[in-house]
Design a protein around this ligand. Structure first.
Ligand code: COA
Length: 224
């Protein structure tokens, strides 16, 4: 455990944790999450070409456990993610498109472009725990879009789904993602040494774990 983890405040007596499940993403389809520059809404089949624009890039795949896929395979993968719409049980996940308002999609200039996506996964119903994952097209990195989108989804996880704890698990060498975790107010809680084996690279990976509690999120929000 890191010093940061050890300094976490002890929990006050709390009610039994309860995620607000089942949750169907249709609710976000009807009322997308709108931030200063972005619209966050469920991924759809029509987003497949925009997703391909970042999913095909080696620098994007570097720290994500996705294999290199052909365009058809990537389309099938996106369709599987699109079809995953309900959060109800451990392991269920849904995927939100990060849409940059006013940025035309390369293949369909009439549509706003999907520049990345955010995953929400039920890590544990019993313990009211969610996990987030994210990816952003490199052309749009370094402008705070990932932070803006994931902060909105994190707030959704606490406010709408009533998570007690939200975590992120990443390859420890993924410094851009680690910085994003800290920007979200997450704490670095542990790094597990040679925790996973990357078959493609033929190498062991250290994995880092970051998390934030509901009361910490509320306190940070109150502090502005
Ligand atoms: C992880 C990832 C989403 C981070 O993207 P990002 O654009 O660096 O993240 P942010 O949105 O937080 O942007 C932060 C950067 O934008 C800069 N920035 C510019 N304008 C900004 C603004 N208005 N608000 C906030 N930051 C701004 C910040 O200074 C920071 O720059 P720095 O990295 O040089 O310090 C991206 O690297 C990625 O998609 N990687 C590949 C996929 C991946 O590894 N996913 C994670 C698997 S666990």
């Amino acid at each position: 455990m890191t010093d940061d983890a050890a300094s976490s405040t002890s929990a006050p007596p709390s009610e039994r944790p309860a995620l607000a499940l089942p949750f169907d993403v249709e609710a976000i389809e009807r009322r997308p999450i709108v931030t200063e520059r972005l619209v966050i809404r469920p991924l759809t089949a029509d987003d497949s070409d925009d997703v391909w624009e970042y999913q095909r890039l080696p620098e994007v795949l570097r720290y994500i456990p996705w294999p290199e896929r052909s365009r058809d395979e990537a389309h099938d993968h996106t369709m599987r993610r699109v079809g995953s719409r309900l959060l109800a049980e451990d392991g269920d996940n849904v995927h939100f498109a990060i849409v940059l308002a006013g940025e035309p999609s390369p293949g369909a200039p009439g549509r706003d472009r999907v520049i990345g996506d955010v995953m929400v996964r039920v890590a544990s119903v019993e313990h009211a725990r969610l996990e987030l994952g994210w990816v952003l097209h490199p052309d749009f990195q370094g402008r705070g879009f990932a932070a803006e989108a994931t902060a909105a989804v994190l707030a959704f996880g606490f406010d709408t789904l009533h998570a007690h704890r939200v975590l992120a698990e990443l390859v420890a060498a993924n410094t851009a993602s680690a910085k994003l975790c800290l920007r979200l107010g997450m704490r670095h809680e542990a790094t597990f040494v040679e925790h996973e084996y990357d078959r493609d690279a033929g190498a062991w990976l250290d994995m880092a774990f970051y998390a934030i509690l509901q009361r910490e999120h509320t306190a940070a929000r109150l502090a502005g």
